[in-house]
Design a protein around this ligand. Structure first.
Ligand SMILES: NC(=O)c1ccc[n+]([C@@H]2O[C@H](COP(=O)([O-])OP(=O)(O)OC[C@H]3O[C@@H](n4cnc5c(N)ncnc54)[C@H](OP(=O)(O)O)[C@@H]3O)[C@@H](O)[C@H]2O)c1
Length: 315
């Protein structure tokens, strides 16, 4: 994808607003660009436009675009590969966000950034709250935590949304991997002792748009009232096995995909280079209290994504 510009202003306040979406080649960035279209002037950039490992290129690009809002959905997200590409993960997930925060602050722009449930070690039984201590178990999560801290240290007006088990109708994610594997195999072994909340790119992008709109209109008060770190995930919780089971129940009826036999396995039976938290369910109470919104349940989110895939398949 190349640079894409939409100039459909909807409200007078938004007429001159310039929003830069970074990472439009990824699943969330693509959805953010779609949802923010019409929200003033929206510029989307993928890796071919700006490489986040090149600090000077990134600074120069932001200065050229002169955004009022920066939505950073670009990230190094290869969790296992990050164990052997620590420097690259840090450059994209920690250094680039620091530069974006500095550039945003210097021009009084709003920076919206995304982070991960994997910053936690998974040992808590209840959902994690924002004030719980982060103890990353792997290099990817450590690089994402460093990115959060860099933005917080830079100051300025920022929103960091930690989300979990992200997926949508496009890109690389668990749902699409399951559907592909079901076409290739009759039996699938799925981890049943890691618990989280599958969250859709659609829900996350829509909630981001509502919050950014409210912030810019002054509805949420001054930056000191709303700037900060929030958890933002779909409601409820399940294991990877539970998620796969729900996917195949819907895929059979809506996509005509034959349900494979699912076998519950433990994390220890599926060793990966990067360790993952057992419980990474996030509490969304702070988000609800501050912005008065919550994402739908993970089951409703899945319904919506499967319906989109069904409609696409029917076309
Ligand atoms: N996926 C999850 O389960 C999950 C869970 C929790 C939090 N998150 C967070 O949510 C956010 C969005 O994740 P996502 O799943 O949408 O990620 P994604 O689909 O992997 O997209 C990330 C995008 O960043 C781009 N990128 C990577 N390195 C880059 C570089 N050096 N320069 C420019 N662009 C670069 C990638 O470009 P290419 O396409 O060219 O590689 C990709 O398009 C991230 O902050 C992620 O950490 C994700």
């Amino acid at each position: 994808m190349n640079e894409i510009t939409s100039e459909e202003a909807t409200q007078s306040q938004q007429n001159t607003l310039r929003t830069l979406v970074l990472g439009t080649g990824g699943q969330l960035g693509r959805e953010l660009y779609r949802v923010f279209k019409g929200f003033g002037s929206v510029i989307g950039a993928d890796r071919s436009i700006v490489d986040l490992t090149q600090p000077e290129q990134l600074r120069a690009y932001v200065r050229r675009v002169q955004p009022d809002v920066i939505l950073n959905a670009a990230a190094y997200t290869a969790v296992d590969r990050a164990e052997t590409e620590k420097q690259l993960a840090r450059a994209v997930n920690a250094e680039a966000p620091r530069i974006l925060a500095e550039e945003a602050r210097s021009r009084n722009a709003l920076l919206v950034h995304y982070s991960t449930d994997y910053v936690f070690d998974g040992t808590k039984r209840e959902p994690w709250v924002e004030t719980d201590p982060a103890k990353p178990l792997n290099a990817y999560a450590a690089s994402k935590l460093a990115g959060e801290q860099a933005i917080q240290n830079a100051g300025g007006e920022f929103l960091i949304f930690r989300t979990s088990w992200l997926y949508g109708p496009f890109g690389h994610n668990f749902l699409l991997t399951m559907l592909r594997m079901a076409r290739e195999r009759d039996k699938l072994s799925i981890v049943d002792d890691q618990v989280g909340a599958p969250t859709t790119t659609l829900g996350l992008a829509r909630a981001t748009q509502m919050i950014v709109g409210g912030v810019l209109s002054g509805r949420f008060g001054d930056a000191q009232d709303w700037a900060g770190l929030y958890h933002m995930s779909c409601g409820g919780e399940t294991s990877w096995f539970g998620f796969a089971d729900a996917i195949f129940a819907l895929a059979a009826s809506h996509l005509g995909i034959k349900r494979p036999q699912l076998i519950r396995i433990a994390t220890k039976d599926y060793p990966t280079p990067a360790a993952r938290p057992r419980n990474s369910v996030l509490s969304n109470d702070k988000l609800g209290d501050r912005f008065g919104l919550q994402l739908c349940s993970w089951e409703s989110g899945l319904d919506e994504v499967i319906e989109i895939l069904g409609n696409e398949a029917a076309q």
